[in-house]
Write a protein that binds this ligand. Structure first.
Ligand code: CA
Length: 225
């Protein structure tokens, strides 16, 4: 669940936003002055910040500038009126987006979703480690570890495992695995999938006494978190 920090001194607006955001399923923190807001932004693990510009203590532009020295958390600025210079200053200091008060809540919610998605997408390519329990896959070096023990996998075993861990918690059919991991080499012959699942089970489940790969009868296989 994403955690959103609201930095806004007008309690009516802050409370209204809090209610709407909680209703959407977000965790919400509220700060009513700039200094406290900055401190919270830097010390709490928040996923997005809604930042008013006119604030006591430290104005929103300054808060934004200081947050950006340390963090790339998405920031949506609120401007009291349709003031172009505020908008420009806000975007110059690194805000991702802005909204003019009064705003339609649906539009703000849509912009929050966009900003959170963008953040998620930026994160993925940088993260080349997949982890599930004590099993760690380094996609850059194509190596697999169970705790500190490095596994010896063939190319296809590795590709099958990586694909399944990437799609963990989803039941994958034999056809799907065949198409994704083997391309067309074994077109239609799903037995090869069962054979490689067996190899992986010998090298992981049986070797370490864990239950990584589950069979879903009549459907396929799944790796659960
Ligand atoms: Ca204000």
């Amino acid at each position: 669940m994403a955690k959103i920090l609201i930095i806004e001194d007008e309690m009516k607006i802050a409370r209204f936003l809090e209610l709407e955001l909680r209703h959407e399923g977000y965790d919400v923190l509220i700060c009513t002055d700039g200094r406290k807001g900055l401190e919270t932004a830097l010390n709490e693990d928040v996923d997005l910040i809604i930042l008013d510009i006119m604030l006591p203590g430290l104005n929103g532009i300054e808060v934004c500038r200081r947050i950006r020295q340390e963090s790339q958390v998405p920031i949506i600025m609120l401007t009291a009126k349709d003031d172009v210079s505020d908008k420009v200053a806000g975007l110059d200091t690194g805000a991702d987006d802005y909204m003019t008060k009064p705003f339609a809540i649906e539009e703000l919610l849509a912009r929050i979703r966009v900003a959170l998605n963008r953040k998620r997408n930026q994160k993925e390519p940088k993260n080349d480690i997949l982890q599930i329990g004590d099993l760690k896959i380094n996609m850059a070096s194509r190596s697999v570890f169970y705790k500190d023990d490095e596994l010896t996998l063939t190319k296809k075993e590795y590709e099958l495992l990586e694909y399944m861990v990437r799609n963990k918690n989803i039941v994958l059919s034999r056809e799907q695995l065949l198409n994704q991991v083997w391309d067309y080499e074994y077109f239609g012959d799903t037995n090869v999938v069962d054979v490689y699942i067996r190899y992986l089970r010998q090298k992981i489940d049986e070797k370490y006494g864990i239950h990584l790969i589950s069979t879903v009868r009549g459907v396929g296989y799944i790796i659960k978190d």
